[in-house]
Write a new protein. Structure first.
Length: 250
């Protein structure tokens, strides 16, 4: 959940590649009423997040499933999406939220979304099926995760990255995004309740501000440090301060 604007499915379709997707014939299964891709790579990505805190595990799966439900409801979009790439990108998008001590996914100095992007790419490159991924596919994966806390930067990006970003935006508090069929939304939330998403986001972003503040200045996370972390002070670290070094707030 990033409280960011979500792309409409119409806008996504408008940017669709006219060529058929060579990843369309993949094994599938059903999860919480939604048909999803079921390759070994996707199953192993799910295993990565299996032992994350319950709210993070549920959030990661809901992100994937909401996105898959929206894709399935739009034949034009589905025909042009790399479904395996979408699955891996959404499932692993918040590796940087892993608060496990000595997490292999969390750096001491990088923004959480960069940790997630680098971690997802590393995961795929170490997998036996990495042979099926070229440089552009890795770039799509990286961008689809790295840009998800930076509103507006998705413009001009490829359809796959945009669809990952849109799916991440679907798991927000509030009303269902209309791109997701109501029956699918209800079945996902029934199986993966979302009542703890606000608490979990607050807890994680406060933790990030407390443990690596330098990676939170000038980001969407910064206000959480200002509000909730004793001693946290972004003044002197912001771009504003660089440009206005002599500014003193009264």
């Amino acid at each position: 959940m990033k409280f960011l604007s979500v792309f409409s499915s119409v806008a996504l379709v408008a940017t669709a590649n006219c060529l058929p997707n060579h990843h369309s014939k993949l094994p599938t299964t059903h999860l919480y009423g939604v048909e999803v891709v079921d390759t070994q790579l996707v199953r192993d990505a799910r295993a990565v997040i299996q032992n994350f805190t319950p709210y993070l595990h549920k959030h990661s799966l809901r992100t994937w499933l909401f996105g898959a439900a929206a894709i399935n409801a739009n034949k034009t979009l589905k025909a042009n999406i790399d479904l395996e790439l979408h699955a891996v990108g959404t499932i692993l998008h918040d590796l940087g939220w892993d608060m496990t001590p000595n997490s292999p996914w969390v750096s001491p100095d990088k923004r959480f979304e960069i940790d997630g992007a680098l971690g997802a790419v590393k995961f795929v490159k170490s997998h036996k099926d990495a042979k099926n991924w070229d440089a552009f596919r890795f770039e799509k994966l990286y961008d689809g995760i790295a840009l998800h806390a930076s509103p507006g930067l998705q413009e001009g990006k490829n359809l796959d990255s945009k669809t990952i970003l849109a799916s991440i935006g679907y798991d927000n508090p509030g009303a269902r995004n209309p791109a997701i069929p109501e029956d699918k939304f209800n079945s996902i939330v029934a199986g993966l309740p979302n009542q703890d998403i606000t608490f979990g986001t607050n807890q994680t972003w406060v933790w990030l501000c407390a443990t690596k503040p330098e990676a939170t200045y000038n980001t969407v996370v910064e206000p959480f440090g200002t509000a909730y972390v004793p001693g946290y002070n972004a003044v002197g670290h912001r771009i504003f301060d660089l440009i206005n070094p002599n500014f003193h707030q009264s």
